[in-house]
Design a protein around this ligand. Structure first.
Ligand code: SF4
Ligand code: SF4
Length: 60
């Protein structure tokens, strides 16, 4: 079971995680990223690597 932590203080709502996630885990809500489909995550870690603010942590 994977856990996705998003630091909302760091998140700028840039949308990169929404765009790069291959299984559409993220949505933007009121300017912040929210992981709405955590169960779909395949732990590719692309979002973690691509977030320009280092706001995402994937925990296995
Ligand atoms: S890539 Fe990072 S800063 Fe951009 S919306 Fe996602 S969590 Fe926020
Ligand atoms: S680790 Fe991969 S599959 Fe999981 S949320 Fe990030 S980009 Fe999506």
């Amino acid at each position: 079971m994977v856990e996705i932590k998003i630091d909302s203080e760091k998140c700028t709502g840039c949308g990169t995680c929404v765009d790069v996630c291959p299984v559409e885990v993220y949505e933007l809500r009121e300017g912040k990223s929210v992981a709405v489909n955590v169960d779909e995550c395949i732990v590719c870690r692309t979002c973690e690597a691509q977030c320009p603010e280092n706001a995402i942590t994937i925990i296995e």
